[in-house]
Design a protein around this ligand. Structure first.
Ligand code: GLC
Length: 471
């Protein structure tokens, strides 16, 4: 089966969040199991672009409304990623340092999608599946079916994977001229609430829709930023498939970003060594439990609740814990986190920014990983934490609901709470401190956590079933 993944992110070329991790790993494991999976994404100006070798695969031209442009498809030339990575180079539109955050993002991603379908329509042998990820690839299923110039692609099957339905690629009808000549009788497929909505269009037009966890799929029917009815109506074509993680990258016994390696037998000593190193570097107390948060500092992740919760937790005199927060995002949260530095020296620190290496060091050093997310379609950080024997403390939602069992329940290895509030977080911190003192219980939980299997190998079959159901 030939599968073409279309995405705005793919690690290590460009990553803003979990989408990049998933698209960077899924095709590798599909290839290992005998499929031919490739990735096509925009050519941003990232370090990975500059540091690697590329060969020109195709040169074409098309138009975005009145703007006629040339594009080039280049391919990573060594194949070292485990899949062919193709980049779409559109001069002036995509070749910029950042993935998102420009005022013309809508035009950029439509331009990207137009170039992708234009290129695909030139393939001598068409792929079996075009697998689109999130709204930045959401117009492709529509274009393949209803654009006059791309009739050749009409019968190729499409799948949409939703990693985050908060972002929908909504735009005014003035943008409709950017979509290559299309069948006007299909206008309703582009429309949601008087706008063009790329995600809604993809849900309507794709052959199958997947979400990155089963619980998130259920949640979308009651809470999806205005698309609830759509998800209710389209239930029969939707399935929830939990993400996997790349066990080759995320392995505490080999991780090159981690100073002291360990496995499930040596986790006690190994973690303590990593913790000593991190605590020394960031002025934290290595004798107390270390609770970390790693992620974007945005409302979706409930990062705004963190400063208050940390303050309350540390003010409670009987609580002995350390907090270390890694992330960047909303400036008000960044400055509130920064402000805490002067109040809680020796028990609290923060790294404002995004740094893959510090992230890995923190998973290896931490005792607990806090994820109070308001919305979490799957969540990968709790899965990384499990691999590193770090106990997840999570809000009971979406993928967190599906992957963590509370320590109060049979076989439990985590801490779950209901609300993204200071009170719930402080209560969970108290539970964490209690269990940390109970060395035996902690040991059992750490071991159970490390035995959880979220490898991609077990997920690939579920995707293949989805593909086969429409081919
Ligand atoms: C998005 C979601 C996250 C998910 C990831 C990969 O970043 O917010 O929950 O794990 O995509 O699917």
């Amino acid at each position: 089966m030939v599968i073409v993944h279309v995405s705005a992110e793919c690690y290590p070329m460009a990553k803003a969040g979990g989408l990049g991790d998933v698209v960077g790993a899924l095709p590798k494991y599909q290839n290992k199991q005998g499929d031919k999976a490739v990735v096509v994404m925009p050519m941003y100006k990232t370090p990975f672009l500059q540091e690697n070798n590329w060969e020109v695969q195709y040169k074409g031209n098309t138009n975005l409304g009145n703007w006629f442009f040339d594009y080039t498809i280049i391919k990573e030339s060594t194949g070292k990623l485990g899949y062919d990575l193709y980049l779409v180079d559109i001069n002036g539109l995509l070749d910029r340092p950042k993935i998102y955050g420009y005022t013309d993002d809508m035009d950029r991603f439509i331009g990207f999608q137009v170039a992708v379908v234009n290129w695909l329509s030139q393939w001598a042998e068409l792929p079996s599946i075009v697998h689109c990820h999130d709204h930045q690839a959401g117009l492709i299923p529509f274009m393949m079916k209803y654009c006059y110039d791309y009739q050749k692609l009409e019968k190729v099957k499409t799948v949409l994977s939703i990693h985050n339905a908060q972002y929908q690629g909504t735009m005014g009808w003035d943008k409709s001229i950017l979509i290559p000549r299309w069948d006007i009788s299909k206008k309703g497929l582009l429309e949601w609430n008087n706008c063009i909505n790329s995600l809604a269009t993809a849900v309507k037009c794709a052959g199958k829709v997947t979400t990155v966890s089963p619980s998130y799929l259920q949640q979308l029917t009651v809470q999806s930023n205005g698309l609830e009815i759509l998800f209710k109506n389209e239930q029969s074509k939707c399935v929830g498939i939990l993400n996997g993680i790349d066990n080759e990258i995320w392995d505490p016994s080999t991780d090159t970003m981690v100073p002291f390696h360990y496995n499930s037998k040596t986790v006690d000593a190994g973690k303590q060594k990593n913790k000593n190193a991190l605590c020394a570097k960031y002025n934290l107390d290595n004798s107390k439990p270390l609770i970390v948060f790693i992620g974007r500092l945005v409302a979706e992740k409930a990062a705004d609740v963190l400063p208050g919760a940390i303050q309350h937790a540390l003010d409670k005199t009987n609580l002995g814990a350390n907090f270390f927060i890694i992330g960047a995002g909303d400036t008000s949260t960044e400055s509130a986190l920064h402000y805490l530095l002067q109040l809680y020296q020796g028990q609290y620190n923060t790294f404002i920014g995004y740094d893959e290496k510090i992230g890995h060091e923190a998973y290896a050093a931490a005792d607990f990983l806090l994820m109070p997310s308001r919305v979490e379609p799957c969540g990968l950080n709790q899965l990384y934490a499990l691999r590193y024997g770090t106990i997840p403390m999570v809000r009971d939602t979406g993928g967190l609901h599906d992957t963590v069992i509370d320590m109060g329940d049979a076989g439990g290895f985590g801490i779950k709470f209901l609300h993204a509030t200071e009170a719930d977080i402080v209560y969970s911190v108290e539970r964490a401190i209690e269990v940390y003192k109970n060395k035996n219980q902690m040991k059992v939980m750490v071991n159970t956590a490390m035995q959880m299997d979220h490898s991609w190998e077990s997920v690939i079959a579920a995707y293949r079933k989805v593909y086969q159901s429409i081919i």
